[in-house]
Ligand binder design. Sequence first.
Ligand code: IMP
Ligand code: MG
Length: 179
Amino acid sequence: MDHVVIHGKKFVKYISAESIDDRVKQMAQEIKTTIDLNEYIMVILLNGAFVFASDLFRKFNQDVETKFIKISSYHDFESSGKIEFNKNALTEIEGKKILIIEDIIDTGNTLHEFIQYLFESKVVDVKICSLLLKPGKLNHAIQPDYLGFSISDLFVVGYGLDFNERGRGLKDIYTLSDE
Ligand code: IMP
Ligand code: MG
C-alpha cells in the first residue's frame, strides 16, 4: 500500500514497517545496554505511543514497571500548546527515575510541560525515548536520549499516530501528500 486516504486527505508511505522494526530493535538494545531498566518506571504517553511501546517492550523482553498517561494537545494538524493529563495516574513518583516513551516530538510543548511536572514531583532522573522527532518545529531545548528517526516538518500518521483519531492501525508511517 503506497498511499492511503484519511478524512479525505491523501497520505503517502514515508517509513516502512521493516525500517521501523529494525530501528525499534536497535533502540531496545541501546536502552538495555545504557540504563538498568529495573531502576526506571516506563511512562507511556497515550494515545500515540501505544503501538511503539508495545513493540519496544516485547523487544526488551524483561520485567519492567509501567505507567500509562493519556496526554492530549493536538487538534487537526497543529499542536494546541496546552497539555491535559490525569495527575492521579502519576502518584508515588518522588525519588524515582522515569523513562518517557513518546511517539513523536513536534513543538516539544507536551514534553516540556510534562517534564517540568515530573521534576516538580521530585523525580530524580528523566530520560526520553521517542520514535520520531521533527527538529525543525522544536520550540524547546529537548534532546531525546533515544530517538528512532528525525523527520522533516511533515504531518505523519500510522504506527499509532493519528489524524483526528484515524490511521493508528497502519503498520507503516505515512505523510501528508501535497497533491
Ligand atoms: P508537541 O507537543 O508539539 O511536541 O506534540 C506532541 C504530540 O502531538 C505527540 O505526542 C503526538 O501525539 C502529536 N503529534 C505531533 N506531530 C504529529 C504528527 O505529525 N502526526 C500525528 N500526531 C502528531
Ligand atoms: Mg503523543
